[in-house]
Design a binder for this molecule. Structure first.
Ligand code: PBG
Length: 328
């Protein structure tokens, strides 16, 4: 008898074989847990449209992060949530050296010195209009004035103890500018994680509820975030950030931008994918509605796909969920 096909089902004949031939294995250290920080103590606040994600006062954040660490998570992305009274059109509270972010970093590092802290660098939590920088009179976001502020902010974050600064603003030239400022101040070991390809997505809603940057409805950031249809522009952004010596390239969102993760991986600079608030919330809601087989299954499948595309680490609100699942 002549066999003219290959029996690929051999790889799937039983669970042990399925396991042996599995390419992509998830590990808790692959996941970065975002944490929203608020002023006060003993606080854990719910967020609209953001299931099971909370804003924490610094003391509660430390408890939450310590719990995450017990399941093998090593890295955290910190975002401040400011009282509206501290916001203005310049976002000037960002440079108040006694501000919430700096105190949070110091206190967390003091309590949990082994955890790696990635501090978000953008002005949207600080501006009254919710944009990522300062606006010109005509409403257009001013690139060069913004990057000068972001560079100062980065240095202060590094001084407070941040291991990594991650500009999420999408201004041009900010990676070079921030790198130069960090060098000038002797912060030679501070990692710079560039949100190189951040798309103008409809998936950021729950995050904007978390930091309250969307007071006037869904913000139009189309003059600085990449048009979802543009691959050439994404490639130019990646190229530029590699030239400007970014240490990490971030692709955001993640699960519907797997092609971009594949492209980013070609640069041999570690790629992180940001599984954003809307992507996360959709999984939670789909599981609740019985649309997917289970939350755990869709979560594992999604994370596996993102890692398979080439992401070294995944920033996700489900980091603790998946770490718990992997510890089972
Ligand atoms: C802006 C910023 C955004 C997110 C993090 N930082 C998006 C935006 O408001 O445009 C979104 C993250 C998420 O949705 O989880 N600096």
């Amino acid at each position: 008898m002549e066999l003219n096909f290959k029996r690929l089902r051999k790889y799937r004949a039983n669970n042990a074989l399925i396991d042996i031939f599995c390419d992509v294995v998830l590990n808790p250290k692959d996941f970065v847990q975002p944490v929203f920080i608020i002023e006060g103590s003993g606080l854990k606040q719910e967020i609209p449209n953001f299931p099971d994600v909370y804003r924490y006062s610094i003391d509660e954040a430390i408890k939450f992060m310590s719990n995450c660490a017990s399941f093998g998570i090593k890295m955290f992305a910190l975002f401040p949530v400011l009282d509206e009274s501290l916001k203005n059109d310049m976002g000037s509270e960002a440079l108040n050296s006694n501000g919430l972010m700096y105190r949070a970093i110091k206190e967390i590092k003091n309590a949990l010195p082994d955890l790696i802290l990635m501090a978000d660098v953008a002005l949207d939590p600080y501006t009254s209009h919710g944009h990522d920088g300062v606006l010109q009179e005509n409403g257009y976001l001013d690139n060069d004035r913004t990057i000068a502020i972001l560079a100062k902010y980065s240095v202060l974050l590094a001084e407070a103890g941040a291991d990594c600064v991650s500009p999420s603003d999408m201004m041009d030239g900010r990676i070079a500018y921030i790198n130069t400022a960090l060098e000038e101040h002797g912060h030679v070991n501070t990692l710079v994680a560039a949100y190189s390809t951040k798309f103008n997505s409809s998936l950021y809603g729950p995050f904007r509820n978390a930091v309250k940057s969307n007071q006037s409805g869904y913000l139009d950031k189309s003059s600085y975030q990449i048009n979802p249809g543009n691959l050439f522009e994404a490639e130019l952004e990646l190229f530029e950030d590699v030239q400007e010596a970014a240490d990490i390239l971030i692709v955001k969102p993640a699960s519907i931008y797997l092609d971009i993760i594949v492209k980013a991986s070609e640069y041999k600079v570690p790629v992180f994918a940001y599984h954003v608030s809307g992507e996360y919330s959709m999984l939670k809601l789909a599981a609740k509605e019985g649309i997917v087989s289970s939350y755990d299954a869709i979560l594992k499948e999604t994370m596996t796909a993102i890692k398979r595309a080439g992401a070294k680490c995944i920033i996700t609100y489900a980091a603790l969920d998946i770490a718990k699942l992997l510890n089972k």
